[in-house]
Write a protein that binds this ligand. Structure first.
Ligand code: ZN
Length: 423
């Protein structure tokens, strides 16, 4: 038995790990990566010979974006995921397909392939063990976003646990990860924050709210780019705890996602609270409404989170020269994105033109990933024989590898792209 790393190996993006057993192959996640050359798919998706099933950890595109290639390449394999992940994935894939076309990225599949995926999905709730293909499969809430899970399989006498993206800390939106996995021999752990701590959440929240209040008091507008799945709803819940002198507007695909989450995701902390927060904001449903509200003052919450498309571009075009206004980023900004360029150089590409950002800008760390100590504690609790570190930039991966070597008895691996690990 072995694992092959087709993505997220010393990088964040295109998560795709293949488990090769005597009875065939199984794939954990099927993501894409966006880089300056365009969309990067895991190579294994070109030829799916021998693949028996796919297990999905959550709906983010770096874990699901290559899924339509299953259908496109004529594979009828079943895709195991939570119901919430299935519903949100459908919206995200359709939304990104549209944006990719606008940006001339040309996805390697058609919109019909996305639609056809529905028939291949098998829903699995948390903590319900099923037996298929001679293996036991079980999902645990991973606390990262609504519907997200860590995946445990028992095969050929070995317990393998893939964390997916995981958060063991409390958030407004979802319950923290359930890490009572039982015996684990092989732990495949994410390492987005393998070498960094998060600032305490209360402090981040206080500074974030202060920044909003200062901006609105001096007559400015607040732009908050958010990821449509998870972050938008988390920020909504936070904003709803305070009173502001201007209205809050919600624009982009986050609107649709919020409804679906309330009805399908089992790890929400308080669905009723999300519903209330959602009702208290004003929704922007089309371009005309957007034009009208931009002439008024407000707090605008919209996609995309890394300012790479979506309505945020229209808002930024309108307000980037206004020194009274503020742009408040709420999550990780990948290399090569407008978000990262603004933070590092103060520029963004707006309709192909490099524009100086004169409004205030600041990033706040509302990450939904476990911080360094959380990851250490997780590994110490699970006590696996083997730890395999993925889903992190190289520095983060190597730092966590080093820590494991010094502080645990586990054998540690930090695979590179296409590496095989014999189990
Ligand atoms: Zn994620």
């Amino acid at each position: 038995m072995k694992l092959i790393f087709h993505g997220a190996a010393r990088e964040v993006g295109r998560s795709c790990i293949e488990l090769v057993t005597q009875d065939g192959s199984f794939i954990f996640d099927c993501g894409i990566k966006m880089d300056p050359e365009g969309l990067q798919y895991p190579q294994r998706m070109d030829d799916l010979t021998g693949v028996k099933a796919v297990f999905l950890s959550h709906a983010h595109l770096d874990h699901t974006g290559a899924l339509p290639l299953l259908k496109h390449n004529d594979s009828k394999v079943k895709v195991f995921c939570t119901k919430g992940t299935a519903r949100v994935t459908d919206i995200l894939l359709n939304d990104s397909y549209r944006i990719d076309l606008i940006k001339h990225h040309h996805p390697a599949y058609t919109q019909l392939d996305i639609k056809a995926l529905e028939d291949q999905m098998i829903f699995l709730p948390y903590r319900k063990q099923v037996e298929e293909f001679g293996m036991k499969i079980e999902f645990f809430n991973s606390g990262h976003i609504p519907g997200s899970c860590s995946i445990k399989v028992n095969v050929e006498g070995t317990n393998i646990l893939y964390t997916g993206d995981i958060n063991t800390e409390d958030t407004e939106l979802v319950m923290p990860a359930d890490t009572n996995y039982g015996d684990v021999d092989v732990l495949i752990v994410e390492s987005t924050y393998g070498n960094r701590e998060h600032e305490p959440r209360e402090e981040v929240e206080e500074k974030f709210i202060d920044h909003i209040v200062k901006t609105t008091r001096r007559g400015g507008n607040v732009l908050i780019p958010v990821f449509g799945v998870g972050r938008a709803q988390e920020i909504l819940l936070i904003l709803n705890k305070y009173h502001f002198e201007v209205p809050i507007y919600l624009d982009g695909m986050a609107r649709k996602v919020t409804d679906i989450m309330i009805n399908n995701c089992m790890n929400l902390r308080d669905p009723a609270k999300i519903r209330t927060a959602y009702r208290s904001v004003r929704e922007i449903r089309n371009k005309n409404m957007r034009e009208i509200v931009m002439r008024q003052r407000g707090i605008f919450l919209t996609t995309s989170g890394m300012i790479e498309g979506g309505p945020i571009i229209s808002y930024l075009k309108r307000f980037h020269n206004d020194k009274n206004s503020s742009l408040l980023m709420t999550g990780y900004q990948c290399e090569g994105t407008n978000g990262r360029m603004i933070l590092e150089e103060g520029y963004a590409f707006l309709d192909g033109l490099k524009a100086k950002i004169r409004m205030e800008y600041q990033k706040y760390d509302f990450s939904a990933h476990a911080g360094m100590t959380d990851l250490h504690n997780l590994i110490l609790k699970v006590k696996p024989k083997k730890v395999i570190i993925n889903h992190g930039d190289e520095d983060e991966v190597l730092a966590l590898q080093d820590w494991c070597a010094k502080n645990t008895k586990s054998k540690v691996y930090a695979p590179k792209l296409n590496d095989n690990i014999e189990l």
